[in-house]
Ligand binder design. Structure first.
Ligand code: DQA
Length: 142
């Protein structure tokens, strides 16, 4: 099974950025643990601060992988371009967030990309990504 994990703006600073919200572990180190925990899954990890590069990666990976885990950061809340890209490809996508966006500011309660995803996981820190992998594995084996 192939899974593409796509991260948007500022997620490269996870571990250093607002640790009281996003924790102290870098995503690089978490993804090493994740890849070790799922030796049968072929992961690709991508991060960009640029909306168009995220669209390019969805277009590239979305015809190749069995599932996409996407944390589009702030773009989650307003990017129709990312939502359209997710709709354009056959791979099912799970939207993830480190924080529980629904107990934060109201502008984080709306997701532009959720309607293009099979589901959302938010609020479990880096473990949100593992839960999304579990969900995609279940869909893949159904
Ligand atoms: C985030 C939540 C977003 O609202 C925010 O803009 C981020 C990170 C999260 O993982 O909790 O950059 O996607």
């Amino acid at each position: 099974m192939k899974i593409s994990i796509i991260n948007g703006p500022n997620l490269n600073l996870t571990g250093k950025r607002e640790p009281e919200i996003y924790g102290t572990q870098s995503l690089e180190s978490y993804f090493q643990v994740l890849a070790t925990a799922y030796p049968d899954v072929e992961f690709t990890f991508f991060q960009s601060n640029i909306e168009g590069e995220i669209v390019d990666e969805i277009q590239r990976a979305g015809f190749d992988v069995d599932g996409i885990v996407i944390n589009a950061g702030a773009y989650s809340h307003y990017s129709l371009a990312i939502a359209d890209a997710l709709r354009a490809v056959p791979a099912p996508a799970v939207e993830v967030h480190l924080s529980n966006v629904y107990n934060r500011e109201p502008e984080r309660h709306h997701s532009a990309i959720a309607p293009a995803c099979v589901g959302i996981i938010a609020g479990f820190g880096p473990d949100s990504y593992r839960l999304a992998v579990e969900a995609l594995d279940t869909i893949h084996n159904a």
